[in-house]
Write a protein that binds this ligand. Structure first.
Ligand SMILES: [Zn+2]
Length: 455
């Protein structure tokens, strides 16, 4: 094998055919061949993946011993800029409203360096669990002035550039929703010109959601960008911005470029109304993201028993053929004090929240954290096929059932022609620069005592 070439044998590929083991070859970061084996193979020169040191000339043939190999996991919805800020910003009531208010009040006090450290730390933490692409929403508090809003944008752009060897980062500023005035639009347009991937927002929080949605579609057209809306993240069955988003998506010809997230109201309304809205989603070709960790935590706070779960209609959306990803949302911040950026953990939470534990369900959940979000993000050359990018994670488990039962800590991550993480290496990282980024960011963000909310 020449430098830049690798051969992996005895790989289990649950997104393909689990009855078979596979041999995969990589050249210069691209899958050269993906071939089913007749049975387990034994190659005397092969190093078992458990003992691999990484990037050594005598370790070019790696025996996975039946471990699962997945394409790099894709997190379709995070808030990297807020992650690990819980020691600074609490949330005593645990409601979405208090989280929004407290974070908003605290934003002017955060430096660009602090925000960047949060992004780097949480992004790399996600990488350490096997994620190789993230769409992150960015706080965009234009009401505190352009400088505050653009501070987060600048931090994100710097982090994106530094982290480019390790993951693909999509940036969606959260367009303001309380006063979407001309001045704020100007600042948003400045951010877009600086290099945003698309435009995000949360129009259900606005007193004028339809006007806001129209403004955002106009901006999306002007700059030819996709839209990604926090949509009806509420227990109120009468929140229906989804209906208007679907309508405008068709009218403006933006089908396939609009993503709707959360959809909690869809779970709060009756079957007939929800069925009609799901039909509108299909017609307008909306893509969707469920955030079960955050919504199990945030929703139903005002319910007496029986308390609603808050998580959207996962099975119904999937049955209708809507591309539905499952994603992390917030990590250790006032919106969600837990989470660790591990999509296998999110897959498990999805399974609990949506009653998905059958053999078929578990495989669907694997697609909800790989192929489906990859399509939503529009990633090119994604997946385990000859000619595609060989970005992947090997997990210490032989079946999808084992992954969701054991949530294995040991994961081997490969991207762009090299191993990023070896489960057996120093702190796992296999690259000095990556380890330095990780250490610097983690030092800036110690876990602290939870503080009461500021509101
Ligand atoms: Zn969110």
């Amino acid at each position: 094998m020449t430098p830049g070439e690798w051969m992996l044998v005895n790989a289990s590929l649950p997104l393909r055919d689990e009855k078979l083991l596979y041999t995969l070859t990589i050249r210069d970061g691209i899958w050269l061949a993906v071939e089913p084996q007749e049975g387990p193979v034994y190659i005397p020169d092969a190093v078992p993946i458990d003992g691999m040191q990484g990037d050594r000339p005598d370790e070019r043939i790696v025996d996975l011993g039946g471990k699962v190999l997945l394409p790099g996991l894709v997190d379709a919805h995070m808030h990297l800029d807020k992650s690990f800020c819980l020691p600074q910003v609490g949330n005593a009531s645990g409601t979405l409203a208090e989280a929004v208010n407290n974070y908003s009040a605290a934003v002017p006090g955060f430096s660009k360096e602090e925000i960047k450290a949060r992004i780097v730390r949480s992004a790399l933490q996600a990488v350490s669990f096997g994620t190789t692409a993230i769409r992150t929403h960015l706080d965009f508090h234009a009401r505190w002035g352009a400088e505050v809003a653009l501070r987060t944008v600048e931090a994100a752009l710097e982090a994106k550039e530094e982290l480019a060897p390790y993951l693909e980062l999509e940036l969606f500023p959260l367009a303001p929703y309380f006063r979407f005035a001309d001045k704020e639009t100007e600042v948003l347009e400045e951010a877009i010109r600086m290099g945003m991937t698309g435009i995000g927002s949360a129009p259900h929080l606005s007193p004028t959601p339809e006007r806001d949605i129209d403004s955002l579609f106009r901006l999306a057209e002007k700059y030819d960008l996709p839209l990604d809306f926090h949509t009806d993240e509420s227990d109120d069955p009468n929140k229906r911005t989804l209906e208007y988003i679907a309508k405008r998506t068709v009218e403006r010809g933006w089908s396939g470029r609009v993503t709707v997230d959360h959809l909690c109201s869809l779970a709060a309304m009756n079957d007939m109304d929800a069925g009609k809205l799901i039909e509108r989603m299909v017609e307008s070709r909306l893509t969707a993201v469920t955030l079960p960790g955050a919504n199990l935590y945030l929703q139903g706070r005002h319910d007496g028993f029986p308390v609603r779960r808050g998580v959207t209609r996962v099975k119904e959306l999937l049955a209708a053929g809507i591309p539905l990803a499952s994603a992390s949302d917030n990590i250790h911040d006032p919106f969600h004090p837990f989470g660790r950026g591990d999509l296998i953990q999110i897959g498990l939470i999805t399974a609990y929240a949506a009653h998905m534990g059958s053999s078929a369900d578990i495989r669907t959940i694997l697609r909800m954290i790989t192929e489906i979000p990859a399509a939503i993000l529009g990633l090119e050359g994604y997946g385990i096929l000859a000619g595609n990018k060989a970005d992947f994670v090997v997990l210490d488990g032989m079946t999808p059932e084992e992954l969701f039962t054991m949530l294995p800590e040991r994961r081997w991550i490969y991207r762009r022609g090299g191993w990023l993480r070896l489960a057996a290496g120093r702190a796992g990282w296999n690259e000095p620069r990556l380890e330095r980024y990780w250490n610097e960011a983690a030092q800036r963000l110690p876990f602290g005592q939870f503080r009461a909310g500021r509101a």
